[in-house]
Design a protein around this ligand. Structure first.
Ligand code: F6P
Length: 543
């Protein structure tokens, strides 16, 4: 079998050989040999400090990884994205989320047309609407101001808004309630409106396509709930529903006045859309100025990604390190561990961003892939995770590279809490890297039989990201950092990071099964014996 284009690259071949040479190298040794390692294996940009010294890499590893980035054409690919080339080849679309945060006056072309003015026109409309809702000028059907905002959406139309709302809660209107409905499980909707007065509730139906089963089902249920509470029909809907979508026709069909629709474009992927009109709930929560602050953060990271030399480029460095463990050490996952309670939904957000983007088995040319692509992303905030799954990161049999995220200042200074929090994040990366030898364990008076249980082999890699304080600006930088890590890896793996065909089959089968569950007559089933039986059992049990 001939090598794939990636495996055939000289840098890839060199990395494979280099891995064999250094795979047993110990971080303890690397630090002992180089007193300046902590300083040398670090980079800083856009107010984010990245310490990557506790990775199993040498100068040579970094040199080869950077060569891989060059030989893979990453630089050209970045330019192709910014130029508006249709790099989402399987959907024949440009990938221009960077235009969503370009400042007024910038020019980013799509099919020869500068899209930045359109982006700002939508932002201005959003700001006007958000201000009216926040000030109470926007009235509900009975003349009451809006106090409750419910975003209905799923995937990229939910995970970004939820994550951003939680992350920026400190900056949000505390006299308003924000809730998010995504699941087609009716419980999600039922719980989201408990205690809400329909007269004071605004629904934002967020769906790029406006055809997604979950979102449309929830939107119809929301309308029934509203009208049951308020009476009226079209008039009440108009005051309590707005839409965020690329599909004006479907929005109008639902009964939402397209004057109350905030658009975006097919060159924005769902999982790259939290900074588009999909962020309307975020903007209402934190206000237009803070939203623009977040966009400025995104933009700062975009500029860094586009212009910084790869050896100082945070997304490129982190993308390469991730690839090093994924493809050479066989690591299957990445743990993202924010030591910031407000980022509690950040790992869940990253799961769609990373895995829907890079969980692919063919190249952009449709060729089967003979190396591993996207790893599994997961995580929880520290210190909670320490009392749960960190056991396995420290002493399990799998290699789990970690990204620690820490902020120098807290938004809630309470006694010694923040020093304790930060002491823990530093302690964890130190413990993972250097462990504790049998000799050290014995020297503490541990009986011999207990020594193996108490030793830590160490040599477990991590990155530490340190920022000043969690502001809208910082959040924008952090999200853009991970977007571009995904981009870097997708470019090297030669995959289309912007399609998601893998979600289609299950969706189509569900559409076929729904009538089989609902029909009054016993349906004729033609699935496999397992699926047939499950359907029959469900029909019997539900009565
Ligand atoms: O899960 C597939 C997906 O298409 C995601 O990519 C997207 O974010 C989500 O569904 C929601 O889609 P829409 O915004 O069109 O409702």
């Amino acid at each position: 079998m001939t090598d794939s284009a990636l495996r055939a690259l000289p840098a890839w071949k060199a990395l494979a050989g280099h891995y064999r040479e250094i795979k047993e190298l110990r971080l303890a040794q690397l630090f002992a040999d180089d007193a300046k390692r902590g300083e040398r294996f670090a980079a800083e940009a856009a107010g984010i400090y990245l310490d990557y010294s506790k990775n199993r890499v040498t100068d040579e590893t970094m040199r080869l990884l950077l060569a891989l980035a060059e030989q893979s054409g990453l630089r050209q690919r970045i330019e192709a994205m910014f130029r508006g080339d249709k790099i989402n080849v399987s959907e024949k679309r440009a990938v221009l989320h960077v235009a969503l945060r370009a400042p007024k006056g910038a020019s980013i072309l799509h099919d020869g047309q500068n899209v930045v003015p359109e982006v700002h026109a939508v932002l201005d409309r959003m700001a006007d609407f958000a201000d009216r809702v926040r000030s109470g000028a926007w009235k509900g059907h009975t003349g009451k101001a809006i106090r409750n905002v419910v975003n209905i959406g799923i995937g990229g139309s939910d995970l970004g808004p939820v994550m951003a709302y939680e992350a920026l809660r400190h900056y949000s209107r505390r006299d308003m309630n924000f809730r998010f409905v995504s699941n087609v499980d009716g419980t999600d909707f039922a719980e989201a409106v408990i205690g809400f007065d329909p007269a004071e509730t605004l629904f934002i139906v967020s769906s790029k396509t406006f055809t997604t089963l979950e979102t449309m089902t929830n939107a119809h249920t929301a309308r029934d709930w509203l009208l049951a509470g308020l009476g009226g029909a079209a008039a009440a809907t108009a005051r309590h529903f707005v839409a965020v979508s690329t599909n004006g026709q479907e929005v109008a069909k639902f009964g939402i006045d397209t004057a109350n629709m905030f658009g975006f474009w097919d060159w924005v992927g769902g999982r790259y859309s939290m900074d588009s009109a999909i962020g309307l709930s975020t903007m209402i929560a934190v206000g237009p100025e803070n939203f623009r602050g977040m966009l400025a953060g995104f933009h700062e990271m975009d500029e860094h990604f586009r212009s910084a030399p790869f050896e100082h480029n945070l997304p490129v460095l982190m993308g390469l390190l991730g690839l090093w463990y994924n493809d050479f050490f066989g690591a299957q996952t990445v743990a993202v561990l924010p030591y910031e309670q407000y980022l509690k939904r950040f790992p869940a957000y990253l799961q769609q961003l990373t895995m829907e983007s890079n969980g692919k088995h063919v190249t952009w040319d449709g060729e089967a892939i003979d190396y591993d692509t996207g790893p599994i992303y997961w995580g929880e905030p520290g210190t909670n995770g320490q009392h749960s799954f960190y056991q396995m990161i420290h002493q399990g049999t799998r290699l789990i590279p970690c990204d620690f995220i820490a902020f120098a200042r807290t938004l809630n200074p309470l006694g010694r809490h923040h020093d304790m929090l930060l002491a823990n994040v530093f302690a964890q990366s130190e413990a993972l890297a250097f462990g504790k030898t049998a000799e050290q364990v014995k020297a503490e008076g541990t009986p011999d039989w207990l020594v193996p249980h108490r030793l830590f082999e160490g040599n477990r890699p991590s990155n530490t990201l340190m920022l000043d304080v969690l502001t809208p600006l910082a959040l924008g930088k952090l999200v853009a950092l991970y977007e571009h890590i995904v981009f870097t890896q997708g470019a090297i793996w030669r995959i289309d990071s912007f399609d998601q065909w893998g979600v289609e089959l299950g969706k189509a089968l569900a559409q076929k099964i729904i009538p089989e569950l609902e029909s009054a007559e016993e349906p004729k089933l033609a699935h496999d014996s397992s699926t047939n039986l499950l359907i029959r059992r469900y029909r019997k049990l539900k009565g």
